[in-house]
Design a protein around this ligand. Structure first.
Ligand SMILES: [Fe+2]
Length: 493
């Protein structure tokens, strides 16, 4: 979040016209007070009764209420209570022609910000209103500052999440918490211009479908107009026939000048309506969220491109070794199932994908005559074959992105009893990546056809793996392999 964005948000508060509601049951007084304030940068609303005042308070965003103490259908205290209920930040100035100390104390105790005695001079009215406007703005700026400080910390957190799914969850959970929303949804704009909901959070599942429909239409209208939007209860009811929506805000997600989506928030329980202040704060949050989503997508595109390159490299070995077609892909899928069984995190599983795909890359250095020999290898040929782990390491160790594959490449022919190669490590001396891959590599070799023998069944291969648990293989990995093997559909591999 830049300093300019923060200053802009303060400027919006400074430059905005204050919405002021004047309540008096005498039409002439109402008009005179309205005229006196009309020369100021205020938007004036007039109400001749408590009923009209209540309706305006529920529907419009109001900063200051100027109300007579006695009304035909209630009192100024009723106006004050309604204003505090629906718009807690509002400042209320009470006016009366019959001032008593008792009235003044009671009004201030109930939360009125000031008191005017009728008849009053224009300068007294202007000074009182200006004082309340100043106080209101100061409080709004304080609220804004606190929100910005809190968003700064959240922005830092968003910037550090790379996985899109986790990032979208973080954005929605934060928006729900910070904006006290009962429903939040993130829509993304696709390349063909269509908009779809990517994720949502809904505190009341019984109305989630209706809210989904409403927010989809709201997002489409905001996208079409290119401007954020607030929808209040009355409009939402006319739109959806749903009384549950108290207020809703929808903000555009813009990254590098391009609209990538929309973030909508709905309040169904909280009667305090969203205001243009909320919309401004949401715009700060949305701009950081949009940038984080864009970065996360770029990172993932780049990562996919890297994986494509890695897979192209691996297919170069398979093209030469005609008897192991599909081997790396099968090994990757089975190893991944075991890794999930033993509770590996997603980031570790991504590294595993690279290791499984590249583990035999060093076979590129083994002559065709050995690699494709129609029969068992001689001891000498076997010694040449045994160089492939170290050859593979030499090929990839200088590429930073490929480094996580190194333990898989180097240790997948080590044995639990120490009789493997190239290091002859024993037990847990062998990195777990090697212990894991060696089980699956062997399993796939047993089940694959060779020119001199037919591949054996899964059942036979599993029995063979079990038989070698504790000698060739780590017993804990063999247990995980047996647990995982049941959930694998071998026809799909
Ligand atoms: Fe190998």
């Amino acid at each position: 979040m830049s300093v300019n964005t923060i200053l802009d948000s303060f400027k919006q508060v400074q430059d905005s016209r204050e919405p002021i509601l004047i309540v008096d049951d005498e039409r002439s007084i109402l008009e005179v007070v309205g005229e006196m304030l009309a020369s100021q940068p205020y938007d004036i609303y007039l109400a001749e009764s408590l009923a009209i005042a209540s309706r305006i308070i529920k529907e419009k965003e109001i900063s200051i209420v100027l109300t007579d103490l006695l009304l035909d259908d209630g009192t100024g205290i009723d106006v004050l209570t309604t204003a505090q209920k629906y718009q807690p930040d509002v400042k209320v100035i009470l006016m009366t022609g019959k001032p008593t100390i008792q009235n003044a104390i009671s009004a201030i105790k109930k939360g009125a910000s000031d008191y005017l005695v009728k008849p009053f001079k224009m300068e007294d009215l202007l000074a009182t209103v200006e004082r309340s406007v100043y106080q209101h703005r100061l409080e709004q700026e304080n609220i804004r500052l606190n929100e910005i400080m809190s968003f700064y910390a959240i922005s830092e957190a968003m910037g550090s999440v790379i996985e899109t799914d986790k990032l979208l969850n973080l954005i929605l959970d934060t928006a729900v918490r910070e904006f006290n929303a009962d429903y939040a949804v993130l829509h993304l704009v696709h390349a063909d211009g269509n908009i779809s909901a990517q994720k949502n959070v809904c505190k009341d599942p019984s109305i989630s479908q209706s809210l989904n429909r409403f927010s989809q239409e709201l997002a489409e209208s905001v996208n079409q107009r290119g401007k954020p939007r607030i929808v209040y209860e009355k409009e939402a009811f006319a739109w959806t026939g749903l009384r549950a929506i108290k207020s809703s805000i929808c903000q555009l997600l813009v990254a590098k000048g391009k609209t990538i989506g929309m973030l909508s928030l709905i309040r169904t329980k909280d009667i305090h309506q969203y205001t243009t202040g909320h919309l401004t704060t949401l715009s700060l949050f949305a701009s950081k969220a949009a940038l984080s989503i864009e970065n996360s997508k770029l990172y993932q595109d780049l990562e996919e491109a890297y994986f494509d390159t890695v897979e192209a490299l691996a297919s170069a070995i398979e093209a030469r070794d005609q008897y192991t077609a599909g081997h790396t892909n099968r090994v990757w899928k089975i190893t991944m199932e075991i890794a999930r069984t033993i509770g590996w995190q997603d980031s570790k599983i991504k590294e595993l994908r690279m290791g499984a795909v590249l583990h035999d890359i060093g076979k590129i250095g083994v002559p065709d005559a050995i690699l494709n020999k129609q029969g068992p290898l001689t001891n000498e040929e076997h010694d040449i074959m045994k160089i492939h782990p170290e050859m593979g390491v030499r090929m990839v160790e200088k590429v930073n992105f490929l480094k996580p594959a190194l333990p898989y490449i180097l240790y997948h022919h080590e044995r639990w009893d120490g009789n493997g190669y190239p290091q002859s490590f024993k037990g847990e001396e062998i990195p777990v990546e090697g212990r894991l891959l060696s089980v699956v590599d062997t399993f796939d070799a047993i089940t694959s056809d060779r020119p001199y023998r037919k591949g054996r069944s899964v059942k036979e291969a599993v029995a063979e793996i079990k038989r070698n648990s504790g000698t060739q293989f780590d017993p804990a990995i063999v247990d995980a392999f047996i647990k995982a093997i049941g959930s694998i559909d071998f026809d799909q591999l």
